[in-house]
Design a protein around this ligand. Structure first.
Ligand SMILES: NC(=O)c1ccc[n+]([C@@H]2O[C@H](COP(=O)([O-])OP(=O)(O)OC[C@H]3O[C@@H](n4cnc5c(N)ncnc54)[C@H](OP(=O)(O)O)[C@@H]3O)[C@@H](O)[C@H]2O)c1
Length: 286
């Protein structure tokens, strides 16, 4: 039961984020859907409310574009002004293998949305999360972190851009962020854990254009083998609600079980360096 709990879910209008919001709303949580497009978010909220049972919590929509540091700052200002506490922050929004794009802040899009935007968001909400302790931060990563490296010499992909590598890098950054933040939050009552949801049937593949002939086969395979968004949301919901993970810090989960990571995702030195560089990139000093 999440009655009396306030939960922020980023990217809540689609896929895993929408299914997570639906479930937490059904458990009577107060869910803040943090989305870049108000209309799409209101539409998703309407649908969730319509399909809900008699017992449910509250759904609020707020605009958050993680590709814009200005938007992240505006969102956090509002939250800090309006919310006395945040019990759970779920960094869920993500973008996958888009063509090379620079954000208004001059960052590569996948690194900006998946890592830097969430990095700034979490840091700006950290005092509130600490005041709300025990509170939880949940980072949605991906097993495709294995395809990335933190190439510190070209984090904005100015020298070369490989969209699969850039996605993997951003998801590796999510894990290193969770590791370093977990270390920093020791003793504060704020826990930080990551998860990999598995392969889930969502809108994430919108930038991947399959040849016409392959599409029916892909649909068939995805219906047969991919998780539904509800199944994909299970570990996010588990980490948000379960007493089993009370006090658990800096771990990664898959299918509601602790998952072992490759050494590159548990390298404390790289995690610290990425933290410092990310602070400079988003313009915060602590
Ligand atoms: N699906 C999978 O198989 C899979 C596997 C591993 C990991 N994941 C991870 O799971 C998370 C959720 O993805 P999904 O599969 O549910 O995909 P999805 O259906 O495409 O949902 C992604 C969400 O992120 C939002 N988003 C994208 N760019 C944003 C921005 N600049 N600012 C704010 N929100 C933004 C999208 O908003 P719009 O609708 O407005 O674009 C959407 O709500 C991602 O972090 C992804 O990396 C997914």
């Amino acid at each position: 039961m999440m009655r009396g709990k306030t939960i922020i879910v980023t990217g809540a209008n689609s896929g895993i984020g929408k299914a997570t919001s639906r479930e937490l709303f059904g458990r009577q949580g107060r869910v803040i859907m943090a989305c870049r497009n108000r209309d799409r978010a209101e539409e998703a909220a309407r649908e969730i409310r319509q399909q809900a049972g008699p017992e449910h919590g509250e759904l609020l929509v707020k605009v958050l574009d993680l590709a814009s540091l200005k938007s992240v700052r505006r969102f956090c200002d509002e939250i800090i002004k309006e919310e006395p506490k945040i019990d759970v922050l779920i960094n869920n929004a993500g973008i996958y293998q888009c063509p090379y794009t620079k954000t208004e802040d001059n960052f590569e899009m996948q690194f900006a949305v998946n890592h830097l935007g969430h990095f700034l968001l979490t840091n700006l909400l950290l005092d509130l999360l600490k005041r709300s302790a025990p509170s939880r931060i949940i980072v949605v990563s991906s097993k495709l972190y294995k395809c990335g490296e933190i190439n510190f010499d070209d984090l904005s992909s100015e020298r070369s851009y490989d969209k699969a590598f850039a996605y993997g890098r951003s998801k590796l950054a999510n894990l290193l962020f969770a590791l370093e933040l977990g270390r920093r939050m020791e003793g504060t009552g704020v826990t930080v854990n990551a998860l990999t949801p598995g392969i889930v049937r969502t809108e994430l593949g919108r930038h991947v254009h399959l040849p016409l002939l392959v599409r029916p086969l892909f649909s068939l395979v995805s219906w047969a083998f991919f998780k539904t968004p509800e199944e994909g949301a299970r570990t996010s919901v588990y980490l948000a609600c379960s007493p089993d993970v009370e006090g658990v810090q800096g771990k990664c989960f898959a299918d509601c079980q602790e998952e072992e990571l490759l050494p590159k995702a548990t390298n404390e030195e790289v995690a610290k360096k990425l933290w410092d560089i990310s602070e400079v990139m988003v313009g915060i000093t602590t």
